[in-house]
Ligand binder design. Structure first.
Ligand code: ASP
Ligand code: MG
Length: 409
């Protein structure tokens, strides 16, 4: 007997049948004697539809009013699911972000959870109720409704699990776990039995769309036992935890991820003197533009070039800022491309094993794929390639690591 937090994504509650299916999973867990707290997302495309509706009325709507609107999607799911559970004869109550003590800051549209004060949730659990809580939403110190950013319900679930010191946090979705690559791109992608928080964080940040990366960060910080599984198949999913079982076979990586939301800027012909990189990246930081891969190279006539990547949505702004500061920075010109993608391998096992980078580059070389930029961290190697090569790069790298060296689960 324990306390289990279960989260169901939008596709799992998309219509009446699916809500009944979710109600069955929840009540089954409850019948086994567990205390159950459930976080729900809005049904199907509800959040997108609400955004479209808002744009029809006022494309420049304030972020506060957007949050007021978007938070309604999760309330609908919770109330409907509570009704389904009531109909099955179980004690149940649904609560909003406010009622369940999700305290956030005031960054409407992308609020951060400051703390969770789950008194009401605990009271209801003591009464043996199943407690349903709206995902994605919270409340700021003025009592205004906030939302956590797209995909934020995962983070609501992990925050609630941490606050309640739950024994397990299960994230139910429409895929049955974490794969070694996106199964829609890589045919022989495999489901992992388990993965470390650090690897999952890299994969989530690098574009694997299964978990909100802030939820993984939180799970790591509070050591929340996480499991990602399907609400449709009933099969075991992937466990995300601090340390995984020792690897039986010789694969040092856990996954290959592709991210198309990237653009490259190259600042050409900079003076080769101290302070240039500092100036460029302070300008970016001032605009709150996140910079990812950075490369500095020697140009002609004792100048240097600095190239870096940003997400596609920031490209225009980054270019504008550079142009506006052309005389301050003293460069020749800026070359940009959004025709690029980032392909990465992630694996805690590469820390102690040389040769992972060489293996990855060899796979790309054999496939005739050119690398534009490279970056590495302790557990990740990323390359920037032309966008038309991205899917093939993902496939050949995956083949090289998983089909020739065996796999890890
Ligand atoms: N409903 C919100 C969204 O679509 C939050 C979530 O599903 O996690 O982004
Ligand atoms: Mg989601």
């Amino acid at each position: 007997m324990g306390l289990i937090v279960q989260k169901f994504g939008g596709s799992s509650v998309a219509d009446a049948d699916r809500i009944r299916n979710v109600a069955r999973i929840i009540t089954e867990t409850y019948r086994r004697g567990h205390k159950v707290v459930v976080i729900l997302s809005a049904q199907g495309d509800t959040t997108d539809d609400l955004i479209t509706k808002a744009a029809e009325i006022n494309p420049e709507a304030s972020r506060r009013e957007m949050d007021m609107l978007l938070a309604t999607g999760e309330q609908v799911s919770c109330a409907l699911c509570a009704m389904a559970i009531e109909a099955m004869g179980y004690p149940v109550i649904s609560l909003t972000g406010w009622q369940s003590g999700m305290k956030t800051n005031s960054s409407f549209g992308n609020a951060r959870i400051k703390r969770v004060v789950p008194e009401r949730v605990l009271d209801e659990l003591d009464r043996r109720s199943i407690v349903l809580v709206t995902g994605f939403q919270g409340v700021n110190k003025y009592g205004d409704i906030t939302t956590l950013g797209r995909g934020g319900s995962d983070t609501s679930a992990v925050a609630m699990a941490a606050a309640l010191q739950a024994d397990l946090c299960q994230i139910f979705t429409d895929v049955d776990g974490i794969y070694t690559a996106d199964p829609r791109i890589v045919k022989n992608a495999r489901k992992l039995e388990e993965i470390t928080f650090d690897e999952m964080l890299e994969l989530a940040t690098l574009g694997a769309q299964v978990l909100h990366n802030r939820s993984v960060e939180l799970a790591k910080r509070y050591n929340v036992n996480l499991e990602v599984l399907s609400s449709f198949t009933g099969t075991p999913g992937t466990k995300v935890k601090e340390v995984v079982k020792p690897m039986m076979e010789k694969t040092y990586i856990s996954g290959v991820a592709k991210d198309k939301d990237v653009a490259r800027l190259a600042v050409i012909g900079l003076a080769d003197e101290p302070g240039i990189a500092f100036r460029i990246f302070s300008l970016m930081a001032k605009e709150k533009i996140n910079v990812d891969i950075i490369l500095q190279s020697i140009g002609r006539h004792s100048t240097k070039d600095i190239s870096f990547t940003v997400c596609k949505g920031d490209l225009e702004q980054a270019q504008k800022v550079l142009d506006e500061n052309k005389s301050l920075l003293g460069f020749d010109h800026v070359d940009v491309s959004d025709n690029v993608a980032k392909v990465s391998v992630v694996g805690a096992g590469m820390v102690n094993n040389s040769g992972v980078a060489a293996t990855m580059f060899e796979a790309l070389y054999n496939a005739g794929i050119n690398i534009n930029m490279i970056s590495t961290s302790e557990i990740k190697i990323s390359v920037l390639v032309n966008i038309e090569d991205a899917d093939r790069a993902t496939q050949v790298i995956h083949d090289r690591f998983f089909d020739e060296y065996g796999h890890r689960d």
